[in-house]
Design a protein around this ligand. Sequence first.
Ligand code: SF4
Ligand code: SF4
Length: 431
Amino acid sequence: MIQNLNLLQTPEYQQKLNQCIHCGLCLQACPTYLVFGTEMDAPRGRIALMRAVSDGRVGLGDFQQSISPHINLCLACRSCETACPSGVRYGELVETARLLVESNRKPGWAERTLRKLGLDGLMPYPGRLKFMARLLKIYQVVGLQALVRRLNILPGPLKTMEGILPPIQPQYTPEAPPLNSNEPTRRILFFTGCIQEAFLAPVNRATERVLHRNGFRVVAPSEQTCCGAAHLHLGDLESARSLARQNIDAFLAECRDGEMIVTNAGGCGLSLKEYHHLLSDDPEYAERARQFASRVRDVSEILATDIIESPRGQVTARVTYADSCHLRHGQKVVRQPRDLLRSIPGVEYVDLAFPDQCCGSAGVYNIAQNETAEVILQAKLEDIRASGAQILVTTNTGCHMQLMSGVRRAGLPIKVMHLVELLDLAYANEN
Ligand code: SF4
Ligand code: SF4
C-alpha cells in the first residue's frame, strides 16, 4: 500500500518526535555516526529530518531523494534508545519512517524477485525453508560451496547471502524426551523462528534440552510461523500483521494459565513482544496481541529466574558475549545472559570493550547496506579479537550468522555459539 506524508504528521508521531531535547547524548552510541561522523547519520539528525517531514517543510519527492538515504542507513539497533535520557522511542519513529520510504520506492526486478521469494515464498513456510536448507546442505557437502567461494563468482547481494550461510545441520526433530513421573511438568511454548529452525537447528535442539533439564515440557505449536520482523523492516506492514495474527492464534490456542512463550532469538523476541503495538488498531486482535506479548520471554530471562540446577560440567575457555541489539536495547535484557555464562564452571568470562555496539547484521541490513555493515562488522571483530576469547556467545539468529561469517573470513580462532549451546555443552560435560 502506498503511504503518504500524513503517516509522519499525526499528533501521536509529532508527540514522539517532540520528546527529543537535542542533547546529543545518543551520538556516540550510534554505529552509523561512528562510521560517518555526520549529524544526518546520527539519531538526533534523523529525528530532525523526520520533524521536517512532520512539520510539512519537506515534500514527498525531497523526502525520497534527500532524507530516505539517511533513514535507510539506520540499523534500527536502538542503541540510541538506551543512551537517551529523554525516553525517545526512536525504534517506533524510524519504523514508521521506513514504511513511508519503502512504500514509495520502486525496487529493481532483481530485488523484487528476491523479496518475493524470501518474504512471501519462503519465510512464512517452515517446510519450504527446511527443504531449501537440505538442498544447501548438499551444496555444502559436495564441495560446491568451497568452489563458489574460491572462484568468487556470485554477484553482490547473493555473495553476501551465501557468505553468511552457516554450516547446516538439519536436526529437525525435537529432542526433549518425555518427563518421567518424578519430574515437574511445567509447560513452556517454544517459538522456534523461521531461519533459526531451518539454518541453525542445533540451537533449537539445545534450547529444548536445556529447558527440559530445568523442568519444562517444551511444546512448539505446529501452526506457528515467521515473526514478521523482516517484513516490517522492509515496509510490508500488511504481511507483518498477518503473520502476527497467525502466531497469536497458534500460541493462544495452546497457552494455559500462566504459561510462557519462549524464544532464543533477540530480534524475533522483540518483534513478538511488540505485537500489541503492531495490532493496536485491530479490534479483533488488539487484546489478544497484548495477552500474547505479555507472555513472551527470552530464554535467558526464563533460565536466569527458573534455573533448577546450574550446570556442573566444565567448559574450560575464555568466553565473551556479543549482545543482540534487540535483546539489549529493545528488550533491556543485559544481565541474564552474562549471569548464565558466569555460572558455567571453567568459563573465564570477559566483557567486550564496546558491548553495546551492533555487529552490522540488523535484519537484512548486511545485505541491503553491505558496505556500511562490513565496516561495522570489522569494528566488532576487532573488539572480539582484543578480548582474547576462544568462544564468542550470541543470542540472535542474524548476529550468529553474521559473526560466524566474520570470524571465518578474518581467520580468527574463535568458536561462535549460542548461549544455550554453551549451557547444553556444560550439562553434557557432567557425564
Ligand atoms: S537505531 Fe542504531 S543506527 Fe539507528 S539512529 Fe539509533 S543508534 Fe543509530
Ligand atoms: S539522546 Fe535522546 S533527547 Fe538527546 S538528542 Fe538523542 S534522541 Fe534526542
